[in-house]
Design a protein around this ligand. Structure first.
Ligand SMILES: [Cu+2]
Length: 370
């Protein structure tokens, strides 16, 4: 191993490099931390008020939407359901897209920022190492440096090249572990439960909180999808319709083999395992149609069981649920209250002990006719 004798000038150069490196670490540590701080739960886009039409819905190209739905029918506050038209490039892949899809969940935006921060960090570290290599090649080649240094050891740079990478890793680990943790966040009690079941080769969506009805979702033919203004091989006949801006407890399971429920623009991917119920919190920030695919090789038609999630304002989602014959907790509460308030259908013959007919089974309907 060749030894290097560092002159004062070289030590100076190394100090400059070390200072630059430390500055980079500080800058990126700060960026990672700020990426985290800008995505505190309190900053989450609040559920759209019922009277405000979501901005994204107004950008729908009528030509694209014409065959799917009348965009005007999807104004907030409407109490009827009509299928939402997808928006080009939102919730779906686009031609020439190199980056990951735009994100429409809090976790997704956090993860996207972390990903971009890491790419920059990798690029700068690679450039820095390349710079060091070039410096060594030019400065310490045989011609430029005929008498090699015999230094074997330099405590300062050894400390720097140990501590600085540790600091970089810690700076990466903090937001990275934070992302892991937030992906395991347990849905609150107020979350709406929806269950996605993978079948060979289609999806079923059950709504246990709303009467337990199931929607079966099959892929549309390419021509039919394109005719409806939807992306080919991603459009389905019946979408998984969910409310936007509301926490959803999305449970995922399978009926036959392992599938995987994955929607890239919602930062959601969860294995669908027979006999097992996986669940994760999903909160979609704005109404829209978000496409995904089964992401576990599950058999011959694995590639033909896409996922289409349609997020609607809450009142329109409720209208959709009613259209499917679904119910809400307050329906049952109201029915129970009505039952309790009504007089019994048939009164006893006599409530007075000893009176004729007391204690005997009624022989005629004595209930009020109202
Ligand atoms: Cu599958």
């Amino acid at each position: 191993m060749s030894s290097i004798q560092f002159s004062a000038a070289h030590r100076g150069a190394f100090r400059i490099f070390a200072a630059l490196f430390a500055a980079l670490v500080l800058a990126f540590g700060w960026q990672a931390a700020s990426a985290q701080s800008t995505l505190e739960p309190g900053d989450l886009v609040a559920p759209a008020p019922a009277v405000t039409p979501p901005a994204a819905l107004e950008q729908i190209d009528p030509a694209v939407a014409a065959d799917v739905a009348d965009p005007d029918a999807v104004v907030a506050g409407a109490d009827t359901y009509s299928p939402l038209a997808p928006v080009e490039g939102k919730g779906m892949p686009s031609d020439g897209l190199l980056d990951i899809q735009d994100q429409f969940s809090e976790d997704g935006r956090f993860a996207y920022d972390l990903h971009i921060g890491l790419v920059w960090m990798m690029a700068l570290i690679s450039l820095f190492v390349l710079g060091l290599l070039l410096y060594v090649v030019l400065r310490f080649n045989r011609k430029a440096n005929p008498v090699p240094s015999k230094t074997t050891h330099n405590t300062t740079i050894e400390v720097i090249w140990t501590v600085v990478p540790v600091l970089i890793l810690v700076a990466i680990a903090i937001p990275s572990i934070g992302l892991l943790a937030r992906q395991y966040e347990v849905p609150g009690e107020d979350a709406i439960t929806i269950k996605a079941t993978g079948y060979q080769w289609y999806w079923g969506y059950t709504y246990p909180d709303n009467g337990d009805f199931e929607i079966i979702s099959n892929m549309l033919d390419e021509e039919e999808a394109l005719a409806r203004g939807e992306p080919g091989q991603l459009a389905v006949d019946n979408r998984m319709v969910v409310p936007a801006g509301v926490p959803i407890r999305l449970q995922v399971t399978a009926a036959d083999v392992i599938h995987s429920f994955a929607v890239p623009s919602l930062w959601f991917k969860l294995d669908a395992v027979p006999g097992r119920l996986n669940e994760r919190l999903l909160e979609i920030e704005e109404p829209g149609v978000y496409y995904g695919q089964c992401s576990e090789l599950c058999g011959a038609r694995h590639a033909y069981m896409p996922i289409a999630v349609e997020a609607l304002p809450l009142d329109q989602w409720r209208a959709w649920v009613r259209e499917q014959g679904g119910t809400f907790a307050e329906d049952e509460a109201a029915a129970a209250a009505t039952d309790a308030a009504l007089p019994p259908l048939q009164g006893p013959e006599s409530a007075v002990p000893g009176a004729p007919g007391a204690g005997a089974a009624p022989t005629q309907d004595t209930s009020p006719t109202t």
